[in-house]
Design a protein around this ligand. Structure first.
Ligand SMILES: [Cu+2]
Length: 324
């Protein structure tokens, strides 16, 4: 296992950017089994998190990456006094690795349990059709704390991003996990939501995930992407739709790669939920695109100062207080 090759940002809220579990090198053969240990831990303020080392749990948890065809074996160490689990979307697993109480697949308090996630490439079916492979932007979460659906675990921070790549996919230089959950982004409300940073032209990968019981839409200012598996087009004649806003309802996830400030230049760009009561209520963060030399572009500090004064007191909703 390799901890992220990507730089983590200074100056953002603690726990916002979790380290990624690195990929096996693209040159390595398919069918690899990667083994990692994840620690589920209690955090301050009633939160819980997943981490790759004891005492390093974050919300969201570490961004896990794997190539299509490989297997991920996760030893989940439950350091808490709660029943909990880890349940993935998008990959293959047998009932013992379901992470659901329905299948008696969970960690009792203080228990360690192994979960196995398998992936596969697309496969030809009859009639010229193909069964889809595992590649995509997915996520994982608790499915056992509080209720049989992990409702308390999700409300308290037990979730993270999962990327299954195809060999040959372009790799980004920066990655961000953005989770819309009730009225929060990564368990925070503006102005405590993440300020994500990149330099002009850097290849940035976004992994967007929705949880909770509210509908959300993810919008990014100044940037757009193709509504495809990667956010990019596969050829000069690929006519996939271009979008800058996408539904992010509970259980959904998507991802995309952009070049920071491409065609629009450096500056401070909002990302936010486009449900108006949600953006007014604090579901907004910043994407700070710095100059190529790393300096702040003109006007950026003023914009950040305005953001830090964000007042949502007149719009606050009860859901927003779930972590208080
Ligand atoms: Cu929303």
């Amino acid at each position: 296992m390799r901890v992220s090759r990507r730089s983590m940002l200074a100056g953002t809220a603690a726990g916002v950017l979790a380290p990624a579990v690195g990929l096996a090198g693209p040159a390595e053969a398919a069918g690899l089994t990667r083994r990692i240990t994840i620690y589920a831990e209690a955090l301050p303020n009633g939160r819980y998190g997943y981490g790759l080392e004891p005492g390093k749990a974050t919300v969201p948890g570490p961004l896990l990456e794997i190539y299509e065809g490989d297997t991920l074996e996760i030893e989940l160490v439950n350091t808490t006094d709660q029943r909990l689990s880890i349940h993935p979307h998008g990959v293959n697993y047998d009932t013992a690795s379901d992470g659901a109480p329905l299948n008696a697949s969970f960690n009792n308090p203080r228990e360690t349990r192994t979960y196995t996630w398998r992936t596969r490439a697309r496969a030809e079916a009859s009639g010229g059709f193909w069964m889809p492979g595992s590649a995509g932007y997915w996520h994982y979460h608790d499915h056992a704390m509080g209720t049989d659906h992990g409702t308390a675990g999700l409300a308290r921070g037990l979730y993270g991003g999962l990327i299954v790549r195809k060999r040959g996919d372009l790799l980004p230089s920066k990655q961000y996990t953005v989770v819309f959950n009730e009225m929060m982004i990564n368990h925070e409300m503006a102005p405590n939501t993440p300020i994500l940073e990149a330099r002009l032209g850097e290849r940035v990968e976004w992994v967007c995930i929705g949880y909770g019981s509210l509908p959300h839409t993810f919008h990014l200012h100044g940037h757009r992407w193709a509504d495809t598996r990667t956010g990019m087009l596969s050829s000069a004649t690929d006519n996939a739709q271009t979008v800058d806003n996408k539904n992010l309802d509970p259980g959904s996830s998507f991802g995309f790669q952009i070049l920071a400030g491409d065609g629009v230049g450096p500056g401070v760009w909002m990302y936010h939920c486009h449900v108006q009561t949600h953006s007014d209520g604090g579901m907004v963060g910043l994407f700070l695109v710095r100059n190529p030399d790393g300096s702040l572009p003109d006007g950026a500090q003023d914009a950040i100062d305005r953001f830090k004064q964000h007042d949502h007191s007149g719009h606050e909703m009860p859901e927003a207080r779930t972590h208080a």
